[in-house]
Design a protein around this ligand. Structure first.
Ligand code: IPD
Ligand code: CA
Ligand code: CA
Length: 267
């Protein structure tokens, strides 16, 4: 295993321990609202600190961007860690056992290492640039579907940006009538990991943040899939509008999304 992936795994497991221990006493969790329908807990913060401590112990000069801490500039800006300590906080505070730790490393702007860890199921999704993607050490691959018929798509509702609901519902409807079914499980990092593992055929969501998707993106690419924004370009890290799947299926998803974009989502 690449030494930096090894550190990412160690960090994810230590955050995962904090999260699963706290999940046993959900009523003791301290919850704050940081924006519209956007929760943060003391557990998100503790988990993020554990990840930062683990990374800094081995790589004190690397830059770290954490959802809860913001950017911690290191003297070596070629190495940038992107952390979501707890993806699926709403599930977590409601006692729904579906959430994950997401850690990615970019080297000179390119995704290089990725970990998504589901501490409840003990599922560790990992990827290294050019080396494929794994689940608990076994190779995973994106389902190479060509059509929407029979496909299951994961998605997320725009619960923090409800102004996009009409456009989103139009996209949903156009896709739903063609697919077998949809899933809204509540963790974008796991949605992407599940695309990588072939558990779902594709994924689309709007308004995501870099820490929601950085690790999942490398998993999907290394598992033989593709990620774009809503018009098929690679501006998804900036816009947060994401489509993922096999190259052929992604094309089909884009065809049904495109007519409903409007100006705000055409990127
Ligand atoms: C959220 C989850 C969710 C997605 C939201 C994200 P958080 O992350 O990934 O599935 O729909 O847009 O913000 O806030 O739980 O880390
Ligand atoms: Ca997140
Ligand atoms: Ca989070």
């Amino acid at each position: 295993m690449h030494p930096m992936l090894n550190i990412a795994v160690r960090a994810a497991r230590s955050a995962g321990n904090i999260i699963s221990r706290s999940f046993e006493q959900v009523d003791k969790i301290e919850i704050e609202l940081k924006g519209t329908n956007d929760f943060v807990t003391n557990v998100d913060k503790m988990a993020e600190q554990a990840i930062i401590d683990t990374i800094q112990k081995s790589y004190p000069n690397h830059t770290i961007i954490g959802e809860e801490s913001g950017a911690i500039d290191g003297s070596d800006s070629d190495y940038q860690w992107i952390i979501d300590p707890l993806d699926g906080t709403t599930n977590f505070v409601k006692g729904i056992p579906h959430f994950a730790v997401s850690i990615a490393l970019k080297v000179k702007g390119k995704l290089d290492q990725a970990v998504v860890f589901d501490p409840i199921r003990g599922e560790l999704f990992t990827a290294s640039r050019g080396k494929g993607a794994q689940l608990n050490g076994f190779r995973i691959r994106v389902k190479q579907n060509k059509e929407l018929s029979g496909a299951i798509l994961a998605t997320g509702f725009p619960f923090k940006q409800k102004q996009h609901m009409p456009a989103y519902m139009n996209m949903f409807q156009a896709l739903f009538v063609k697919t077998a079914d949809m899933r809204r499980a509540g963790s974008a990092a796991l949605d992407l990991a599940y695309v990588a593992a072939g558990r779902v055929d594709g994924f689309f969501e709007l308004g995501l943040k870099p820490w929601d998707t950085a690790a999942g993106e490398l998993l999907v690419i290394e598992a033989g899939g593709l990620i774009t924004d809503f018009v098929g370009n690679h501006n998804h890290t900036n816009s947060g509008n994401i489509v993922a799947g096999s190259p052929r299926l992604l094309k089909e998803i884009l065809k049904d999304i495109r007519p409903h974009l409007g100006e705000a989502l055409s990127k």
